[in-house]
Ligand binder design. Structure first.
Ligand code: FMN
Length: 327
């Protein structure tokens, strides 16, 4: 038997109560529970009666390695004891029904009653048909919860269980796990204003061709999310990247190294920290043609060095603490 490598995670030994409700995405809750267990959290699951139509208590019991609760009356005081023992409550998927009940203090089953008695942090991952999601009374309920500090993750736009396309798909399980980590992370960077650069740059030789590199942006995006979770005001200046834009921070999209330099300069005057994780191109074509360069035998491309962003900022009178990355 091989032993799994221990990962350092904020969820280790934390108690997470997962509420599963009766939505088409309920089957994804098994993966969510499994992923939370991988992060070494203790996971307890409460299913609504409707959730039982989509996924079995047995599957969630196997994933959580704990008995799954469903009824208010199976175990006296579970509705008080379970939330009181939890560091975090995550409802995924969260139906229109549970969100509206939660927003209005309705306590008519085990999960909704736990929501009323839970004093701590709560994450909801709404999942429903786009028409339900747009419903104005539902939106008022959602707004009520988020303005009271309930953490909302998703939904995303995409093909829904009903076959229609729209905004209503449950957030990716990995994003829900990220949000859970974020919710339980110490906010020791409150007051810091952190600029993070990420991704590659593109240096054009004509309107359709450019020099770039294979940077994905993953490092910078991860640093930006971590700084955000720890309470910093974060500005993420990103070159072209296929990654999803993280929420809860200022996102500045750039393309060329010159644009990256000007964005960095304009945001660093008030920044306390600059983390340069972007793979800024060292070279750019010496000339940029306004028209597409015609195919003409062997073409020689002359390159010039681009401006070194770190040394530009480091030379400024008022400069932030600078962290640079190099491959
Ligand atoms: C096949 C089917 C799929 C459903 N999918 C969803 C859904 O994705 N989101 C949602 O809010 N409601 C959905 N519903 C409606 C809920 O199951 C219904 O509102 C139920 O009362 C929710 O109960 P709960 O919030 O206690 O789990 C679906 C119903 C059916 C029959």
């Amino acid at each position: 038997m091989t032993k799994r490598k221990k990962v350092l995670t904020v969820l280790r030994n934390k108690s997470v109560l997962v509420g599963v409700t009766g939505g088409a995405a309920a089957y994804k809750s098994i993966d969510l529970v499994r992923r939370l267990k991988e992060e070494e959290a203790s996971v307890f699951v409460i299913m609504t009666e409707a959730a039982g139509k989509f996924v079995t208590p047995l599957s969630l019991g196997i994933a959580s390695q704990n008995r799954v609760c469903s009824s208010l009356f199976d175990e006296p005081m579970a509705h008080i004891k379970m939330p009181a023992a939890a560091d975090l409550l995550v409802i995924a998927p969260a139906t229109a029904n549970i969100i509206s009940k939660f927003a209005n203090g309705i306590a008519d089953d085990l999960l909704s009653t736990c929501l009323v008695s839970h004093p701590g942090k709560t994450i909801i991952a709404p999942s429903m048909n786009w028409r339900m999601y747009q419903n104005r009374f539902f939106q008022q309920n959602l707004q009520k919860l988020t303005s009271a500090g309930v953490i909302q993750v998703g939904p995303e736009r995409g093909v829904l269980a009903c076959g229609e396309e729209g905004l209503g798909r449950m957030a990716e399980v990995s994003d829900i796990v990220e949000a859970a980590k974020g919710a339980l992370t110490d906010r020791d960077l409150v007051g810091e204003d952190i600029i993070v650069t990420a991704g590659p740059t593109r240096e054009y030789l004509d309107p359709v061709r450019f020099i770039s590199n294979r940077s994905s942006g993953k490092m910078g995006y991860a640093l930006a999310r971590a700084a955000r979770d720890r309470g910093a005001d974060v500005t993420l200046i990103s070159g072209p990247s296929a990654l999803e834009r993280p929420g809860g921070l200022k996102f500045v999209e750039v393309e060329t190294s010159a644009e990256m330099l000007s964005a960095v300069k304009s945001y660093t005057s008030k920044a306390t920290v600059l983390i340069m994780a972007a793979a800024v191109s060292d070279f750019a074509p010496a000339m940029r043609s306004d028209a597409k360069i015609e195919k003409d035998g062997n073409t020689t491309l002359r390159l010039r060095l681009t401006d070194d962003i770190i040394s530009e900022v480091a030379g400024a009178e008022k400069r932030p603490f600078i962290i640079g990355f190099a491959a």
